[in-house]
Design a protein around this ligand. Structure first.
Ligand SMILES: [Zn+2]
Ligand SMILES: [Zn+2]
Length: 297
């Protein structure tokens, strides 16, 4: 009985403190568990890409946005994680499974920097995105190899575009912005849909090593080579791919190459949204089975 009374006293005290501070306990807990971490959410957007990144300096990054019916789900997901703005919005290349929902996202969030490759397409979705960017008076940075997206020395945090060195206007996949993100001793590589030609054109001097690789082009056989994997040496590989897709992605040879190099493979078609977090020390926590974007809608 005595223990019960002590517990009730502490509960009452905690509740009183919370109401006195007028702060949301879940928000507090959320902020506490995320402090000092870089958290990468490979969102389950079916056949497509959308990666939401919470940076340790409290800024956010969104790489791609899936097809056009995922906007509401992505906005809800990010809001639930406690965010209402995107500091760095990246469109790797203007295919619908990467920029489909971006106009919606630009209209519903505060966005600071927009970065995309200098290629265009006549699709309605792309034109709608340009319209949304214009109506918000946002400046677009042209992305290509050698561009530094940001450097934060205080946090030892950095994002560089490592490819493409030249744009391919015929095959937009080969104009995909490839981004290397590092936080202290942890590293991530995001590849868009870059195919063999783009992979092969990356200068030997460019550091593309990364512990965590977003596998290129949804695991297609034209986007992963042994030579490329030997340069990246990923410990973890994430394939963003739709369940029972028409393309046969991911290709069995790609899975084999990843296994041979010793990568632990995660797939959004099997595991839903994949969340990888790190405190920058070179080790990673992988969480799966989270609320998928599809289920949010
Ligand atoms: Zn794609
Ligand atoms: Zn593509």
């Amino acid at each position: 009985m005595k223990t019960k009374r002590v517990i009730s006293f502490f509960l009452a005290l905690v509740l009183a403190l919370i109401s006195f501070c007028s702060c949301d306990p879940f928000e507090l807990l959320n902020a506490y568990s995320k402090a000092g971490k870089l958290i990468c959410h490979y969102l389950d957007v079916g056949q497509g890409d959308s990666i939401f990144i919470e940076l340790p300096n409290k800024k956010t990054m969104l790489i791609d946005s899936g097809e056009n019916y995922h906007g509401e789900g992505i906005v809800k997901y990010m809001t639930r994680e406690g965010h209402s703005r995107i500091d760095y919005l990246i469109a790797t290349h203007p295919h619908s499974d990467h920029i489909g929902s971006m106009a919606y996202i630009v209209r519903h969030f505060d966005v600071s920097t927009v970065c995309m490759p200098k290629v265009s397409t006549s699709s309605r979705l792309y034109e709608d995105l340009l319209k949304a960017i214009k109506s918000k008076k946002l400046k677009v940075t042209s992305g290509k190899a050698g561009v530094n997206l940001f450097t934060d020395d205080e946090y030892r945090l950095k994002a560089d575009i490592v490819a493409p060195s030249k744009l391919d206007k015929e095959n937009l996949n080969n104009s995909s912005l490839m981004i290397r993100l590092t936080y202290r001793d942890s590293s991530f590589l995001f590849t868009g849909d870059a195919e063999k030609a783009e992979l092969a054109s990356i200068s030997e001097k460019t550091d593309i090593s990364a512990d965590v690789l977003k596998v290129g082009h949804h695991g297609s056989s034209n986007a992963t080579t042994k030579a490329f994997l030997e340069r990246v040496e990923p410990k973890l590989a994430v394939i963003s791919v739709g369940k029972n897709n028409d393309y046969g992605h991911p290709h069995k040879n790609v899975l084999k190459l990843l296994k041979n190099i010793g990568s632990e493979i995660h797939r959004t078609d099997k595991e839903g949204t994949v969340r990888i977090s790190t405190d920058g020390g070179g080790s990673y926590t992988v969480d799966t089975g989270l609320n998928s974007i599809e289920r949010v809608i």
